[in-house]
Design a protein around this ligand. Structure first.
Ligand SMILES: Nc1ncnc2c1ncn2[C@@H]1O[C@H](COP(=O)(O)OP(=O)(O)O)[C@@H](O)[C@H]1O
Ligand SMILES: CC(C)(COP(=O)(O)O)[C@@H](O)C(=O)NCCC(=O)O
Length: 403
């Protein structure tokens, strides 16, 4: 995947190369965000007040790898020269006066510490570490302000994009469902507090699911859940109340009373249960639990909007519906669960935005234009495109210009 990286930015003869790469190396996945200019993006570059072009059109690319396969990621970075392979640091290179500066790329997540030596050894790159919570919030705030058709609600199978009023964005609760779950109260740019979390997160679904179903990949486990019936293994209120509701406390007979509860009484072994039913029940249990804890934290701080990020969700309808129903049910409709198109890339985007580029001061990323409509619907099938190829990249057209 070669990028054309030589082009004019200010109308004079100084070709400037831009190719920024930022990483979020988490407990399960490595997320990459990188900017490059493709030949088809040279029309109508951003201009300053006197009409001189002061920016560049290009694309933000999003890609991910399993952290366990970090060598594949290193190979991808090297093969595509995403760190520029040049002599300059931070991915910005003004060819005339480019000196052989220390090469570094911005990285966040625990892996930025754990794999720092590996990047140095394999690619001769230093990882410049950015705080994980800082990056999550920067990434979320950026997307909620810069990208249209980013946030959406999903309830009873209905997906609706939400237009966010920038003046009414804060406060909100950001719930990042990764290997574990962080819950962050966001009051403004750089103003946030991690108010809670839980270790029952995406890694729990993947880890327990792998143990109980023998699935070898997350995608296989998620695919299984489509076909499953959680009632084959969950104990419902009706199973306990002889088919009746427990109406006095508002529990219908079809409400789950105990996840995996049937495994107690049935005289069955693990092998006697269908893997798809186990996957479905596990997904429901974990999603419902996160929905409830998220609502309780929103209630604690009087927050009405909860944005869910992290790669656990994957635009998966059952996951989103379960979380949204849990928030709606427990808040009696007061709080609203919302999801993000670029849910898993919040941290990597935040790291991307943290570059300070001496050669191009005040560089800002302006309005991001989402992919054509046919690619904007976040449905399971759309994510299949990412599912099939872990290096699957999506890209968004955007412009970068001097403020
Ligand atoms: N292709 C995938 N491979 C592995 N895990 C995936 C994949 N897609 C979604 N997931 C889920 O996303 C979680 C990781 O989400 P992420 O936001 O990347 O967190 P982290 O930063 O901890 O890696 C995994 O634990 C798993 O539940
Ligand atoms: C430690 C972490 C912030 C790391 O982030 P991740 O790689 O899971 O995205 C996250 O796993 C987490 O918040 N775990 C839950 C810790 C708790 O019980 O609050």
């Amino acid at each position: 995947m070669e990028h054309n990286r030589e082009f004019e930015i200010d109308g004079n003869s100084n070709p400037i190369q831009i190719s920024r790469l930022a990483l979020d190396i988490g407990g399960s996945l490595i997320k990459l965000v990188y900017f490059s200019r493709n030949s088809g993006d040279d029309e109508d570059p951003p201009k300053d007040k006197v009409g001189v072009s002061n920016g560049v059109n290009g694309r933000l690319h999003f890609a991910k790898f399993e952290t366990a396969k970090i060598n594949d990621c290193l190979e991808f970075i090297s093969a595509n020269k995403l760190f520029l392979g040049g002599e300059c640091d931070s991915g910005f290179q003004h060819q005339e006066n480019c000196t052989n500066d220390r090469r570094f790329i911005k990285a966040t997540g625990g892996g930025a510490y754990k794999f720092s030596e590996l990047f140095k050894e394999k690619l001769d790159i230093s990882l410049e570490k950015e705080d994980e919570m800082d990056c999550l919030v920067i990434g979320a705030n950026f997307l909620l302000k810069a990208a249209n058709q980013e946030a959406f609600t999903y309830l009873n199978g209905q997906k609706e994009f939400v237009q966010i009023d920038h003046n009414d964005l804060y406060p909100y609760l950001l719930v990042n469902i990764g290997s574990g779950v962080s819950m962050i109260k966001v009051d403004g740019d750089g103003k946030y507090e991690r108010v809670s979390g839980t270790s029952v997160g995406g890694g729990t679904f993947w880890g327990l699911g792998k143990l109980l179903t023998k699935c070898q990949s997350f995608d296989e486990l998620l695919e299984l859940s489509h076909q499953g019936n959680n009632r084959a293994i969950d104990t419902l209120v009706g199973d306990i109340y002889g088919g009746m509701d427990y109406s006095k406390v508002g529990l219908s007979s079809t409400t789950i009373a105990s996840s995996f509860g049937k495994a107690i009484s049935d005289n069955k072994e693990l092998e006697d249960y269908k893997p798809e039913d186990i996957s479905r029940s596990l997904l429901r249990m974990i999603s419902n639990n996160i929905g409830q804890i998220s609502y309780l934290n929103a209630l604690r701080f009087g927050l009405k909007r909860i944005f869910f990020g992290g790669f656990f969700i994957r635009g998966h309808s059952y996951t989103m519906d379960t979380i949204a129903v849990a928030v709606h049910f427990w808040s009696k409709g007061e709080a609203k669960a919302m999801f993000l198109r670029h849910e898993g890339f919040l941290g990597a985007l935040g790291a991307f935005m943290s570059y300070e580029s001496p050669s191009l001061d005040n560089l800002v990323v302006n309005q991001m234009v989402p992919l054509p409509v046919n690619a904007s619907l976040v449905t399971d099938t759309n994510f299949d495109t990412l599912k099939g190829d872990l290096n699957g990249t999506e890209s968004i057209r955007c412009s970068i210009y001097r403020a």
